[in-house]
Design a binder for this molecule. Structure first.
Ligand code: 3H9
Length: 697
């Protein structure tokens, strides 16, 4: 008998148990084991019905994603599921945890399905650039009709047990927590009632009802904007539609063809990389798994601005009380007002209930005095980027906070060690860099100072998880991982416009690559004055940063969305950037003043200069150990800056483009464009020389 699937009989029920931690994925051993156990059940003359149940935390959570891209080993999952459906003894799937992807497809191949009230089901293949490839696109619509199947399959949403019952996906919901007992009782009842096998493939009433429906057209139209640039959502619609136009067996064949198209697409590679990378970043190299974690049961925040308020919401959402301190009562009142408005907007959209708005608001208190931080476990400073002010704040925190409290800064660029030097406890000081809007963006860049203790590092990673963020541990340097690379891209994009490109040409190249917005639309969102004041500071410190047209914009008061004009202009109540001829004039004036003769710049040059400069900087970041792995950089960019997940992040993208191609181009730009940003990274040179990838590191 297989080690991961077992068969035993309890009364009249033959029980097939999968035990393949962590999530009972359908790897080769499980597929083989399922067939063997089914055979045993069929030949066991005392078994009147069969029960499929899983040990551990969950029902089967899908195909084994680690097997993708490798040669498929028989038996194929589709064959296993068909064999279950063909069984002449009724088979019941008993679901706890999550039945996902191939897991739900397996359950749909069973004749009856019961789930614990806490369970969820879904077909999330689309999130991996795939479609359900083991009959899911043909069986699910037979139970739910076209609309619900399309909704589930094109979004990958998880559906709670009660809703799954309502949609016809499962037959019963059970209270209780022991899935084996629940399943056995249900199967015994079916035997008592002499229920027959009932094959989903033979259920056709909803297929007939929705045949020729407009719903497919509607979904394709919706996806054109919602799934811009993506491949598999459209294939999902094609596959579901096949359930309505073809007989079951032929529909399955069509599903298979479409599945293979998705499997071979580079987007699948990128999304699977992103899936595992998101999980890997939580395992910080050099930080022992059993490092003790401090309890964070209350939090203090300094600064009631947009950032401080957004950060506070994360904790209130997680049920953790927060105290916000600011210097002026008006700032606190305004900050609280914005938070309430945000919550009320969520309630209007039905994302939370009005009662939850009040519960969360009740968790947020304010104060004008640091004394309010006496007992908190974590303080996050979120004031503007000024080292002197931050040092003053940390020296005060050092006096007020209890021993063991974690003192964090939300700085996006500044030196954590220098901030820590203002305290007597640098081991408790760390960076926690949230991304704006802080209540929405999933990234939390946790910055370790040279003296930050392991316990503090482990705690801030745990805090990220608790508040629903993806935490990435990075080292201390100017701009850390994300902004260090972004500033390189920003400078290059600005230089391209100095030389002859238009801002909208640069932005289009980036949005065509899959970014939700281009460099300059993003500058308008963040505020043109932000970059301008950073450049001013750096010039003051003696850095050679040439004048550019963005400085002129700032000096003319075009500060971005907040002044309704920046690189683009904006109309009241609309965030859509509109090209402004005045900016073209301003740029032309700047070029004239500087004696620059504009030239035609190709989209390819824009792509190479904006993207390769980031890859080169990313390689330097790796060389210096600021990021532990290329995948940490990828996650920072996917969750902090909207890098298209289907391209896997900048370093994974670089591997797909070819490290050698990038290195050769970087060298060429070093000679032609010049500047420190084009000095080839030693790591990039080494990888190119050895014909290796970042993924090989
Ligand atoms: C599919 O089914 C295709 C078919 O239609 C057709 C085939 C022909 N495989 O997320 P967690 C690992 S496509 C392998 O931290 P949670 C994960 O890497 C698949 N490994 O836990 C991690 O490993 P480690 C469709 C998997 O409790 C560990 O399990 N299914 C798989 O926060 C724990 O994961 C999906 O897309 C897998 N399928 O969340 C479901 N799933 O400990 C994907 C997880 O080494 N999975 N691992 O870091 C999930 O959404 C979440 O993992 C789940 C648990 C909700 C299940």
């Amino acid at each position: 008998m297989s080690e991961v699937v077992s068969y035993n009989r309890e009364g009249a029920i033959g029980v097939i148990t999968v035990n393949y931690p962590p999530v009972n994925a359908l790897g080769h051993a499980v597929r083989t084991g399922l067939l063997e156990a089914l055979k045993q059940g069929q030949t066991d003359s005392d078994a009147k019905a069969l029960l499929l149940v899983c040990d551990g935390r969950t029902f089967v959570a899908g195909a084994d994603i680690r097997e993708f891209g490798k040669p498929m080993q028989e038996p194929a999952l589709g064959t296993v599921i068909d064999t279950f459906e063909d069984s002449d003894k009724p088979v019941v799937a008993a679901i706890h945890g999550t039945a996902l992807g191939g897991g739900l497809e397996l359950a749909l191949g069973c004749h009856y399905r019961i789930a614990l009230a806490s369970a969820k089901v879904g077909l999330p293949e689309v999130k991996l650039g795939l479609l359900p490839g083991a009959g899911g696109t043909q069986r699910l619509p037979r139970l739910t009709g076209a609309r619900k199947a399309l909704e589930m399959i094109t979004t990958g949403e998880f559906v709670k047990a009660e809703a799954a019952l309502e949609a016809g996906i499962i037959d019963a919901v059970a209270q209780g927590d022991n899935i084996r007992t629940v399943g056995l009782e249900y199967a015994a009842k079916l035997v008592d009632e002499d229920k027959p096998v009932r094959r989903v493939r033979d259920i056709n009433d909803k297929i007939t009802a929705d045949r020729g429906s407009e719903v497919f057209k509607e979904f394709r139209k919706g996806l054109a904007s919602k799934a811009r640039g993506l491949f598999s959502p459209f294939k999902c619609v094609d596959a579901v539609e096949a359930a309505f136009t073809l007989p079951f067996e032929e529909g399955k064949k069509r599903e298979r063809e479409l599945f293979m198209e998705c499997m071979e697409s580079p987007q699948r590679d990128g999304l699977v990389h992103a899936f595992f990378a998101e999980r890997e970043v939580s395992k910080v190299p050099g930080l022992a798994k059993d490092t003790p974690v401090r309890d964070v049961a209350s939090v203090g925040i300094i600064g009631a601005g947009t950032m401080g308020g957004g950060i506070a919401m994360n904790f209130a959402n997680a049920g953790i009380p927060v105290t916000i301190v600011d210097v002026k009562q008006e700032a606190l009142d305004k900050g609280l007002g914005v938070i309430r408005k945000n919550y009320e907007n969520s309630a209007k959209k039905g994302r939370i209930t009005p009662a939850q708005v009040e519960e969360r608001m009740a968790l947020i208190t304010t104060s004008l005095s640091y004394d309010a931080f006496k007992d908190v476990d974590l303080v996050i400073e979120a004031v503007f980027e000024n080292m002197d002010i931050k040092k003053q704040i940390f020296s005060q925190l050092d006096k007020v906070c209890k021993p063991g409290a974690i003192l964090a800064s939300n700085t996006s660029t500044l030196d954590i060690d220098e901030i820590a030097s203002a305290t007597s406890r640098p081991e408790d000081v760390v960076g926690m860099h949230f991304f704006s809007p802080a209540n929405v963006m999933k990234l939390l860049e946790n910055v370790r100072g040279s003296k930050t203790s392991d316990e503090v590092k482990a705690t801030v990673m745990a805090v990220a998880k608790k508040i629903g963020k993806v935490g990435v541990m990075v080292g201390n340097c100017y701009g850390f991982v994300g902004n260090r690379m972004l500033h390189r891209r920003g400078a290059e994009a600005t230089a391209l416009v100095n030389e002859g490109a238009s801002p909208q040409q640069v932005d289009k190249v980036l949005t065509d690559l899959g970014f939700p917005m281009g460099q300059f639309a993003m500058s308008d969102l963040a505020g043109i004055d932000v970059g301008y004041s950073i450049r001013k500071e750096r010039r003051k410190a003696g850095e050679d940063i040439p004048a550019n047209w963005m400085d002129t914009l700032a000096e003319e008061g075009r500060l971005g969305q907040k002044t309704m004009a920046g690189v683009y202009k904006y109309e009241e109540g609309n965030r859509k950037p509109v090209v402004d001829p005045k900016v073209d004039e301003l740029i032309a004036g700047f070029r004239k003043e500087q004696g620059i003769e504009p030239r035609d710049i190709t989209d390819q040059e824009i792509l190479e200069r904006c993207m390769y400069v980031m890859v080169n900087e990313g390689a330097k970041i790796l060389e210096e150990g600021i990021a532990a792995r290329a995948l940490d950089i990828d996650i920072v960019w996917i969750y902090g800056y909207g890098f298209p997940a289907y391209r896997g992040g900048p370093m994974f993208w670089a591997d797909q483009v070819g490290v050698k191609t990038i290195y050769d181009t970087v060298k060429r730009f070093h000679d032609t464009v010049g500047g420190d940003q084009w000095k080839p990274s030693a790591l990039l040179a080494k990888l190119a020389g050895e014909d290796k990838k970042f993924g090989d590191l």
